[in-house]
Design a protein around this ligand. Structure first.
Ligand code: 13P
Ligand code: SF4
Length: 311
């Protein structure tokens, strides 16, 4: 790309010309969040993708999120700036192994966190996100046996909180696993009045120090509503961009990794999307998300069920 090209102006021109909507997750770089038509958590983004009347959805997030957009809006062109933007939770749950696991437990209902492949969704009864998981799990009869995949930390958090014994797939998010409890304790000692807000993808030893646990959108709400002037944020640090916009008078500190700072906790998959790739993907209308129709249809059912249950 010509380095003198005004990427922002070109993106603005192309999105109008092509009737495209740009959706971005809170973990994207600030300049991508700022140019998006809508920034949200996984649940909000899937709702937007299902409702949009745009001809093309440009998804600035990771691949499973863009796949959800395609599953819910199959007639639309869905493009992702970098197709290599995967997710360690998705990688930790290969569909063939998961299928065997599900078949070995025929009396269990299958709940999957939205962070998984379309093929795993196709093996699932109800999809959940961190915004609606608690509500959906508690709506199931107490004696209902449940497989929860792929995030063992979110599954463990829900099991403890709701007093259920769910059978957990042992996947994890490599980003949320990097927070260091020792460094977090030191940081809390330096800021004794600062509450900690944590994503439930964090391991239990981090969640135990949290004053608020929830999805990215709930963490944002907490950050803007708390009376404290400093908040410690235990999730991907690009979310702090929205916190600073909403509450410029407050200080937000990313929870530390073992090196004592938060920069190691950025998501390497989310970081693959750049302004340059966003421009190219609008210009070239690709790389495009393509799913075989059988998988798409089978994956749509548990996603629609989720949207119904979290309406
Ligand atoms: P939410 O935005 O739904 O909280 O999910 C966080 C996440 O890790 C997305 O990959
Ligand atoms: Fe996946 Fe973790 Fe990155 Fe979210 S932060 S996309 S769960 S690797």
């Amino acid at each position: 790309v010509d380095p003198t090209l005004d990427l922002v102006a070109e993106i603005q021109r192309l999105r109008k010309e092509k009737n495209a909507v740009i959706l971005a997750h809170y973990y994207q770089a600030p300049e991508i969040q700022d140019i998006a038509d809508f920034v949200g958590d996984s649940l909000d983004l899937s709702r937007k993708a299902a409702e949009t009347d745009a001809d093309m959805i440009v998804f600035c997030g990771v691949r499973f999120m863009a796949e959800v957009a395609k599953i819910l809006s199959p007639q639309k062109k869905v493009v992702l700036p970098d197709l290599a933007a995967g997710c360690s939770l998705e990688d930790s749950c290969p569909p063939d192994e998961f299928e065997k696991f599900v078949k070995a437990h025929p009396d269990h209902m299958v709940l999957s966190y939205i962070n998984c492949s379309a093929a795993v969704k196709a093996l699932t009864d109800i999809i959940v996100t961190s915004s609606n998981a608690e509500h959906i799990v508690s709506s199931l009869p107490a004696d209902q046996k449940v497989i929860f995949a792929p995030d063992r930390h979110l599954g463990g958090y829900l099991s403890r909180k709701l007093g259920r014994d769910m059978l957990l797939w042992q996947g994890t998010c490599i980003v949320h696993e990097l927070f260091s409890e020792k460094e977090l304790i030191k940081l809390k000692a330096k800021h004794p009045n600062a509450p900690v807000a944590a994503h439930p993808e964090c391991p239990d030893n981090i969640v135990q120090h949290a004053d608020h646990v929830g999805s990215t959108s709930s963490i944002l709400k907490f950050a803007s509503e708390t009376e404290s002037d400093t908040v410690i944020v235990a999730t991907e640090p690009h979310i702090i961009h929205q916190m600073e916009k909403a509450s410029p008078e407050k200080t937000f500190i990313g929870a530390p990794g073992a090196d004592g700072n938060c920069s190691c906790n950025t998501c390497p998959f989310m970081a693959l999307n750049t302004m340059e790739k966003l421009y190219l993907c609008l210009r070239d209308e690709g790389p495009e998300i393509e799913l075989d129709e059988e998988t798409r249809e089978a994956a749509e059912k548990p996603l629609r069920k989720m949207l119904e249950l979290s309406a």
